[in-house]
Write a protein that binds this ligand. Sequence first.
Ligand SMILES: C[S@@+](CC[C@H](N)C(=O)[O-])C[C@H]1O[C@@H](n2cnc3c(N)ncnc32)[C@H](O)[C@@H]1O
Length: 360
Amino acid sequence: MASAAADLAALLSRQIALMGPLSVADYMASCLGHPQFGYYITRDPLGRAGDFTTAPEISQMFGELIGLWAAQCWLQMGSPEKFALVEFGPGRGTLAADALRAVDKVPGFTAAKRLHLVETSPVLRARQAAALADAQPVWHDELSTVPAGPAIFIGNEFLDALPIQQLIRQDGTWFERCIDWDDKAEHFTWCRTAAAPALVDQLPAGGRDGDIAELAPAAAAIAASIADRAIAGPTAALFIDYGYARSTFGDSFQALQNHKPVDPLSAPGQADLTAHVDFAAVARAAGKAQVHGPIDQGAFLLRLGIQQRAARLMAQNPGQSKLIEKAQQRLIGATEMGMLFKALAITSPGLAVPAGFENV
Ligand SMILES: C[S@@+](CC[C@H](N)C(=O)[O-])C[C@H]1O[C@@H](n2cnc3c(N)ncnc32)[C@H](O)[C@@H]1O
């Protein structure tokens, strides 16, 4: 184990010795966000040299189309003179930079927007500050400090990074899946404890012995807060992530290191930990407001005009045509990101259906 991983493992194993096994949510929160050793706190994990690549890093078209999506929402809100453009987990700031460049010509949008970034990583905040200096962003540790008022929220590959809880069914009973420390073998191991009835009540009906179910309370809390804001005033939110459209059973807790899957318990704080997003659960949590989708990312980007944008870019940069075509395929191809990734929008009741979600 690398030394920072060993430090975090030592800290978590001491915590287990004192207080008992950790929930998956507590383990995930520490591995990703521990103030000293957390994965996102200590590094920029994106890109070829990192652990994973995201859509905005694949092509500028992604951020540009989302910028135009946001501009249309703003027009549908009646072009408020001042509004918050909020991005959750903005990574290197690439999506926001591409979006803002694309909408610069929409009269009034740039002057009306105040850019707010919800980001916990100091390393990535520095990247965002460099990429978005002209837009003078304001950073937040969490949604609660983002000012009230008209707002457009964007979150790409953000919800999958929020802690989940796991339950496992054995002999007809649901147990909470937990993480223990094996002193002899000196590594983390899976265990189970009695599950709180409140958790079991949230599970989909059915299930067989051996099934694993996942709950994402942090993602649900964000969706519910956005719905509250949507009831209070003009609001639109767009979440894009990998996940499934209907709540189901399955173990999607995974770790990536150097673009390869690794055991999530093997190197705490050194690998990206994620879980697939249960879009049906996000929709239920936002149920007070209007929910649109989910729709597959491929279909969504086609509806927003990715082919036209790609054709234009190719005409302007003929030498780059193959790369642009390849990037487009990665974003929309059914066996690439096009179907695994989905888009879901939350808007204020009474607002027009946002672009890309018509008749979904
Ligand atoms: C998978 S990266 C996605 C980055 C970017 N959206 C993109 O598509 O390239 C997850 C982002 O969420 C941030 N993040 C993770 N957990 C967070 C939390 N609890 N609160 C705020 N930001 C968080 C990370 O630091 C990072 O910027």
